[in-house]
Design a protein around this ligand. Structure first.
Ligand code: ATP
Ligand code: MG
Length: 375
């Protein structure tokens, strides 16, 4: 069976397939090193929807394990009270402690540890402030960890936007963080959220001082092509450079689109389509109603060109003169504009001085969007 390139639409990208982002990974390396050296450091990863925040967090987590840093990942969905936020953290701390315990028991069984160690976590039940409780639980975890060979702990808080409404909660976090690092523990926090995360978290608490901002942007075209090459690794049946660059162009650098377009192209290839470019992309774009927007952007169809297209005869070849009469675009400019549409594969020459629409679907979309009747 042929091995086809794999894309990951609607999935967080696995760390081993993570493409590019060299500069951001360098910032993360730098932050992890600072945490290991005992400074209270972290990062605020921000960017628009679907830009790759969770994927970058996962990548950073995999980098932690290589460095004997324990990563705890928590996705923060809406919560009403600060208490809920910390309960989520406590749950995670609890299960980390439990897994450290299991691991120890295993090592005791193989004779690596002395008996008599305390594996059970006992928390005092008397009431105290939330800050004290957070402090106690975290230092318990950190103590256990360091005794057992993990040097540092990093929290990965995905979907952090909801935090900004909980000023006290953030201050507790910051205070505990500072005091634990002062007493020699190595603790860091990575937040991920929307584009204004840095501003919203930084304004309400001094967290900003501890965290570097990591702004994720859309890929540049060349980076898109590299990302795809990485995704295709190991696939016997690769996408041609032309198809790859068309996918890159159409995606507009948006990682999500790279995967969706790529996987549609692969599906079409599996069905034996020859012209993957035309068929697979079109069907996907129609499904998502994005055909016109994406094609016109990729082909750089200007407004004038759109007007020309919308007023060409839908059923047969047209002359520039007719187009000028219908569209009101000056006849002098029409041949040059048509030339560009020909280069983009949208119009084709049909005999002497005559032109016809090659891409009927696009013409139809434009006709409708300009308020015209459908053909
Ligand atoms: N570095 C990358 N290389 C290749 N693909 C990527 C990369 N980063 C993200 N993607 C792809 O982009 C899409 C969105 O990624 P992800 O879920 O990480 O984004 P997000 O910013 O967390 O989104 P949301 O705002 O919905 O939480 C996924 O399909 C993923 O596979
Ligand atoms: Mg996400």
């Amino acid at each position: 069976m042929l091995d086809y390139p794999r894309f990951y639409p609607d999935q967080v990208i696995p760390p081993d397939r993570f493409g590019d982002r060299t500069e951001h990974l360098r910032q993360i390396e730098y932050t992890l090193r600072a945490i290991q050296e005992g400074r209270p450091r972290g990062a605020m990863i921000c960017g628009e929807r679907g830009i790759g925040k969770t994927s970058l967090l996962n990548k950073a987590e995999s980098m932690c394990l290589e460095r004997k840093i324990l990563p705890l990942h928590i996705a923060l969905h809406e919560f009403e009270e600060v208490r809920e936020f910390y309960d989520t953290i406590f749950e995670e701390v609890g299960s980390a402690l439990k897994s450290i315990g299991l691991w120890e028991k295993f090592r005791v069984a193989v004779g690596e540890f002395e008996k008599g160690w305390d594996y059970v976590v006992r928390l005092q039940k008397r009431p105290r402030t939330l800050q004290a409780e957070v402090h106690e639980r975290l230092s318990l975890l950190l103590d256990k960890m360091t005794r057992r060979g993990h040097q540092s702990l990093v929290f990965f808080l995905d979907e952090s936007d909801g935090l900004k409404a909980h000023v006290t909660g953030l201050q507790i976090l910051r205070n505990v963080w500072t005091s634990l690092t002062q007493s020699g523990h190595r603790l860091g926090f990575f937040f991920a959220g929307s584009e204004n995360l840095v501003e919203s978290l930084g304004r309400y608490s001094p967290l900003k001082r501890h965290c570097i901002p990591v702004h994720l942007k859309r890929f540049k075209m060349l980076e898109c092509v590299e990302v795809m090459a990485k995704l295709e690794e190991g696939a016997a049946h690769k996408l041609t450079p032309l198809v790859r660059s068309r996918i890159a162009e159409l995606s507009g650098g948006y990682p999500h689109y790279l995967h969706v377009l790529g996987s549609h192209a692969v599906e079409a290839m599996k069905k034996g389509e020859q012209d993957v470019w035309a068929e697979a992309f079109k069907s996907y774009l129609f499904e998502t109603n994005a055909y016109e927007a994406v094609i016109t952007r990729a082909a750089h169809v200007s407004e004038t060109q759109q007007r020309i297209l919308a007023h060409m005869d839908f059923l047969g070849p047209t002359t520039p003169k007719n187009i000028a009469q219908e569209s009101g675009v000056s006849q002098d400019t029409i041949p040059a504009q048509l030339q560009r549409l020909i280069q983009a594969g949208i119009v084709r020459k049909a005999g002497r001085g005559k032109y016809e629409i090659a891409d009927r679907d696009l013409a139809e979309y434009i006709r409708i969007s300009l308020g015209g009747k459908s053909a």
